[in-house]
Design a protein around this ligand. Structure first.
Ligand SMILES: O=P(O)(O)OC[C@H]1O[C@H](OP(=O)(O)OP(=O)(O)O)[C@H](O)[C@@H]1O
Ligand SMILES: Nc1ncnc2[nH]cnc12
Length: 178
């Protein structure tokens, strides 16, 4: 399978001033709506990680769930959900964070990971990096390790991938909008 970056980028439409003025929203939804594109994206991650030794896949609500669950299924890995506040019934760990356009709070089940675990963390997009960094803090609170963070799209102008690099978190994306 060859990853057709141009085809995937053409599907990701820019929407100005959503969800608030000044934001150019890169809507990933058409990729999920196209079986061919979604398969190409999922297969690219599966190819990259087929022989990797991480123990878990972490999925970030909501768009990250779609991607990470398909990859976890294909690679037969346990899937850990990082959810917005108030959704998980278990005892949770909590981290507040800022994204490009809002403030939010991420939670994960307390004790679901430990120092023997290595997590591939997945989401659809890296913008300011606030979301991935919050999930990384939750993983580290449990003493677990981060194998890599992975997304379909990087928006390098928003500096998130740079902040992740500065935090020594390996980062991989299939494409970028400069
Ligand atoms: O790098 P950042 O600036 O943190 O932004 C990236 C995050 O923003 C979006 O989530 P959002 O919570 O807006 O929406 P979703 O629940 O639809 O995924 C996106 O899915 C990432 O999780
Ligand atoms: N510009 C953007 N497009 C899509 N998702 C985002 N999440 C944060 N910033 C975003």
């Amino acid at each position: 399978m060859i990853f057709d970056e141009f085809a995937i980028k053409s599907l990701i439409t820019p929407i100005n001033d959503f969800p608030k003025a000044g934001v150019v929203f890169r809507d990933i939804t058409p990729v999920f709506q196209s079986p061919k594109a979604f398969r190409m994206v999922v297969d690219s991650f599966v190819q990259r990680y087929i022989d990797s030794d991480f123990t878990h896949i972490g999925a970030i609500e909501a768009r990250g769930f779609v991607l990470a669950s398909a990859v976890a299924y294909a690679l037969n890995k346990p899937l850990i959900l990082f959810r917005k506040q108030g959704k998980l019934p278990a005892k949770v760990l909590t981290e507040a964070y800022d994204t490009e356009y809002e403030q939010s709070v991420l939670e994960v089940e307390a004790g679901c990971l430990n120092a023997e675990h290595k997590v591939l963390l997945m989401d659809d997009i890296i913008a300011s990096g606030g979301t991935f960094l919050a999930a990384a803090r939750l993983i580290r609170q449990m003493g677990a390790n981060i194998y890599e963070v992975a997304a379909i799209v990087d928006l390098p102008e928003l500096n998130g991938s740079r902040l992740l690099q500065d935090a020594r978190i390996p980062t991989f994306t299939l494409t970028a909008f400069a």
